[in-house]
Design a protein around this ligand. Structure first.
Ligand SMILES: [Zn+2]
Length: 431
């Protein structure tokens, strides 16, 4: 007896109906129609094809029709893993099915701590605006933390995800009073979510419209709830007094926060948000999109970082630790030239030295060996950490890119988890 089935590598569908029907057929011959073009983006199978297989009594799979093809091997592996587990597929969880299928192509071998992994907290959703259809598509994944997120972590071999409130977070939540109350609420919700899974850690959202409140909130989260530091989403526009003013934290009042971070000995992650509206973005044909993730995220974060450096934050607090995502947010590329041109004008500039003393860069959202090599040559492996930018990127694909980087194993371990363990004072969970 044979039947026709379609199997998707897709967590939401999870192939429940397919698996049930496969089980119902037991050791009979089954015809599987594979539609692998969309879900298997990271696997070179962009075809729709039919495979005949027979699952015989000793647990091996006999192929007919397309013996030796990658699809046949995938089917064989799936059923082999089922028999290894000594339970029927019907009892498998969605995560086990997904993991088993992924295992055919090799689960990521390198354990990782991923530190730019985003979530929308329950009370945050009503404040989130979706400037693009792609972002809107990510809504379900941003809200979810019980099934797909842990499954993706397993596939990418991410032992710990440090979760943070999705950008713009509380940085764009006027008036300041709302920013302050939301930061507390969101951090409490983040803590409750982290308690559901030992593989979750947290970065605190900080109400940067008020330096003292930001300092107090960082201390509360790190001292009483074990947060790994804080994450701020670029400049702050929560102040009710200066609507058009983008606060870049250069006021000496922020020394209170920088001092607190040094005392806690924990870092502050400076994450991007949309760049300021300007005539270039708003009026130049075909350039509006550059205000966001292709360019403006990074150029505006670089400007914020330069504002901090040139206003002496790192000189007054030489032990402060900042983290930059996305291969160092442009500034790593520009540091030498900034110093060079400032010095030509007789001005002091120590951007390059400050980056190497006070900053870490992550590989979030990049899968480019050339870019990585450059950042590694500037920052050194001791100052680079793993991050995927889930769910804005394909985390499994990103993990595969990282695993395949042609660098020493010792460097890879530093970047994948050792630097993070040291910086955040954490270890892999036992379970
Ligand atoms: Zn991000």
């Amino acid at each position: 007896m044979s039947d026709s089935l379609t199997l998707y590598y897709n967590h939401h569908a999870c192939a429940q109906h397919v698996v049930k029907r496969a089980v119902a057929h037991g050791n009979t011959s089954v015809e599987v129609e594979w539609d692998v073009s969309e879900p298997w983006r990271s696997v070179p199978l962009h075809i729709k094809r039919t495979t005949h297989y027979k699952n015989n009594r000793n647990g091996k799979v006999e192929m007919r029709g397309e013996s030796g093809s990658p699809v046949c091997k995938l089917v064989a592996c799936f059923f082999f893993l089922c028999s290894m587990k000594k339970k029927t597929m019907a009892t498998w969880t969605c995560e086990e099915k997904v993991d088993a299928l992924y295992g055919r192509f090799g689960k990521s071998a390198i354990p990782k701590i991923a530190i730019e992994e985003h979530i929308i907290l329950p009370s945050q959703l009503k404040h989130v605006h979706w400037p693009s259809p792609v972002l809107k598509q990510r809504q379900a994944d941003l809200l979810e933390y019980e099934t797909k997120r842990p499954s993706v972590m397993r596939q990418a071999n991410i032992k710990i995800s440090i979760l943070s409130a999705f950008s713009d977070g509380v940085q764009a939540l006027p008036p300041c009073l709302l920013s302050k109350s939301s930061a507390k609420k969101w951090n409490d919700e983040l803590y409750a979510i982290a308690k559901t899974n030992p593989r979750f850690k947290c970065f605190a959202a900080l109400p940067m419209c008020d330096a003292r409140d930001a300092a107090d909130e960082m201390r509360r989260c790190c001292e009483t709830m074990g947060f790994c530091g804080a994450l701020i989403n670029g400049r702050d526009t929560s102040s009710e007094n200066e609507e058009s003013y983008s606060n870049r934290y250069v006021d000496p009042a922020y020394d209170e926060l920088w001092k607190t971070a040094v005392e806690l000995d924990l870092p502050i992650y400076i994450h991007p948000r949309m760049a300021d509206s300007t005539p270039f973005f708003d009026e130049t044909p075909n350039c509006a999109m550059l205000r966001g993730s292709p360019w403006g995220f990074h150029s505006s974060t670089a400007r914020l970082v330069m504002a901090l450096i040139f206003n002496g934050v790192c000189d007054r607090h030489p032990k402060i630790k900042f983290i930059l995502g996305h291969m160092g947010e442009i500034i790593v590329w520009m540091a030498w030239r900034i110093d060079h041109r400032y010095k030509m004008e007789g001005r002091k500039s120590n951007v390059l030295a400050t980056l190497k003393r006070n900053f870490y860069a992550t590989v979030s959202g990049w899968m480019d060996n050339t870019a990585f090599t450059h950042v590694q040559s500037i920052m050194g492996s001791e100052r680079i950490m793993y991050a995927s930018d889930y769910p804005m990127e394909d985390t499994v694909e990103h993990a595969k890119w990282f695993d395949a980087l042609p660098i020493d194993d010792a460097d890879k371990r530093l970047i994948a988890y050792e630097n993070a363990m040291r910086l955040f004072k954490i270890d892999f969970p036992k379970t």
